[in-house]
Design a protein around this ligand. Structure first.
Ligand code: CTP
Length: 397
């Protein structure tokens, strides 16, 4: 139910604009407070009067009107959710590229609310590589892009590209608001990225982890209302908003940062690719090549997940990852038991589109209670949603 929810409905130029009238009616019936923004192109399809009558609010179209300026920053902050329905190919492209030539885009660029996009366009436009890239960019930003339907299109052709039906958008919103705050009051800890183990002041032993999976998880946990601390190894991946970050370099730094806060956390997700070995005695000064052949003696690092499994209380949920190249399931299950985790997320380097550097991942989740969930290859943001759903369900069992 949308009772009391503040929704900014943004309508762009597409024949599907008529469906947004129905969506608005549903939202108002469910006692949501709705403000409507229309692009100029949208007003060619449906009149602003229809939306203003139903929403009981003035419809906003321009950044300036006579002498007054529309406060786009406050509009984006006012809303609990911004729904762009229909989102035309043109508006999707402008959003992906950060253009700002109308009120809708100015609101989008200054918004702090969650963004939900219901695309509508012809099938060829929908399948164009430019659109595919734009949609991927928007999903990577954490926006929710609703599925398009197959059916009759404005061109008269049949195919993919029809905007989701108002009922489907409404049901998405129901789930969205229910999920959104499901972790309110909970504290989550996420480790992400690689660790660098110093050989000397300029060289290190590291790995290819980008930290993308862990940061996507931190973002998703924060979206659901959790207070999130991300312990992040050296990476250029950008840090999600609303997440407190502790930057670390080595496995030992990460170990200390985790156990500084471990006791107060309800959910602990270890997505970092922690180095298993570290040079015994890093050289104080740069090692010169005249030294000749170099043998570095390595010591095992402390396993953070193992320690967390030992210390974990009944009320804490501990999630580990397993990156495998062979005997995947067997190795993942071994880690689940040996490290006393509640769940292990397996990704195999043998699966195309999984693992380091990639923007996608393909996972299987193994739970302590024997459950096994296999997922398709998805963007790391979508994978984060699946993992957090599994955590929420596990908590509720
Ligand atoms: N992990 C950890 N501390 C370490 C090593 C690993 O906390 N020193 C955690 C990782 O964050 C991950 C899980 O343990 O959640 C499994 O990591 P992985 O690299 O797949 O396995 P390892 O335990 O290192 O074993 P191996 O390299 O032999 O597969």
């Amino acid at each position: 139910m949308q009772d009391g929810k503040k929704i900014l409905l943004c309508v762009t130029g597409s024949i599907a604009a008529y469906k947004s009238v129905v969506l608005l009616r549903f939202l108002i019936k469910q006692k949501a407070e709705v403000k409507v923004i229309m692009t100029n192109a949208a007003t060619d399809f449906v009149t602003p009067l229809t939306f203003s009558t139903l929403s009981k609010n003035k419809v906003l179209t321009n950044l300036f009107e006579n002498d007054s300026w529309e406060n786009h920053v406050m509009l984006g902050r006012w809303a609990d959710a911004i729904i762009i329905a229909p989102a035309s190919c043109n508006t999707i492209s402008k959003m992906a590229h950060g253009l700002c030539d109308n009120l809708l885009l100015a609101v989008y660029l200054s918004a702090t609310a969650s963004v939900i996009i219901a695309p509508a366009m012809d099938e060829d436009m929908w399948n164009h590589p430019a659109t595919i890239n734009n949609i991927q960019t928007l999903e990577e930003r954490g926006h929710h892009v609703l599925k398009v339907n197959n059916g009759e299109l404005a061109s008269g052709l049949h195919g993919m590209g029809r905007m989701a039906e108002p009922e489907e958008i409404l049901s998405f919103l129901d789930n969205f608001f229910e999920n959104k705050m499901s972790l309110k009051g909970k504290k989550a800890l996420v480790t992400a990225g690689p660790t660098y183990e110093a050989i000397d002041p300029v060289r290190f032993i590291g790995n290819h982890s980008s930290g993308k999976m862990g940061t996507a998880l931190a973002k998703e946990l924060a979206k659901r209302g959790a207070e999130v601390r991300l312990i992040l190894g050296p990476t250029s991946t950008s840090v999600p908003e609303g997440v407190t970050v502790t930057n670390v370099v080595s496995a030992d730094d990460m170990y200390k940062a985790v156990f500084d806060v471990f006791d107060e956390c309800d959910i602990i997700v270890m997505a970092a690719a922690v180095a298993d070995f570290t040079p015994n005695k890093p050289a104080k000064n740069k090692i010169k090549k005249e030294t000749g052949a170099l043998n570095i003696s390595l010591a095992k690092t402390k396993d953070i997940l193992v320690k967390a499994g030992e210390l974990k209380s009944q009320n804490q949920i501990l999630v580990g990852f397993a990156l495998e190249t062979e005997n995947e399931k067997q190795n993942a299950l071994k880690k689940l038991t040996a490290k006393k985790a509640d769940m292990i997320v397996l990704n195999s380097l043998n699966d195309e589109g999984a693992g380091f550097g990639s923007s996608t991942n393909k996972i299987t989740i193994f739970e302590k209670n024997g459950a096994e969930h296999v997922f398709d290859k998805k963007s790391k943001e979508e994978v984060a949603v699946d993992i957090v759903n599994a955590i929420v369900n596990y908590r509720n069992e």
